[in-house]
Design a protein around this ligand. Structure first.
Ligand code: AMP
Length: 126
């Protein structure tokens, strides 16, 4: 069920629960600003989610409210994970859904990293 990304942050969401250690995740990277883990329902050979540790609903919310340090830390974490997974030479795709038209389902900012093989068209044909 797509979420309304204009709503305030709700810390009962599943990624907040992963951050609190209440439910497990297949972690691949963690630092002061970000956590990366495998998507539970992968859409590519490699499908990793990177989330900020702060409470942000979406890319929109993050870009408006996060500190320069949080933004820098998160962007560097995404790049670090892609490099560590060996995705730079073959190539990869980043995706961040925001709100209903995108199909965003989890109301905690997450960047999808897709890779591990050709990824097809950027979006489904209309
Ligand atoms: P989005 O549609 O952009 O909000 O993407 C949410 C993503 O979270 C989907 O790709 C789900 O498969 C993934 N997901 C949902 N629950 C979990 C979970 N517990 N662990 C890992 N990935 C999850």
């Amino acid at each position: 069920m797509p979420i309304d990304a204009t709503r305030p942050y709700d810390d009962s969401n599943i990624f907040a629960r992963i951050l609190r250690g209440e439910i497990p995740a297949r972690k691949v990277y963690e630092d002061a600003h970000a956590l990366a883990f495998h998507d539970i329902n992968p859409q590519a050979a490699t499908h990793i989610l990177v989330i900020p540790k702060g409470a942000y609903v979406s890319w929109d919310d993050f870009s408006e409210r996060a500190s320069e340090e949080e933004i820098a830390g998160f962007v560097r974490a995404v790049g670090h994970v892609a490099r560590a997974e060996g995705l730079v030479a073959p190539g990869y795709r980043l995706l961040a859904n925001v709100g209903p038209d995108s199909g965003q389902e989890v109301p905690h900012l997450h960047v999808h990293i897709f890779g591990g093989g050709p990824l097809g068209p950027m979006i489904s044909p209309r």
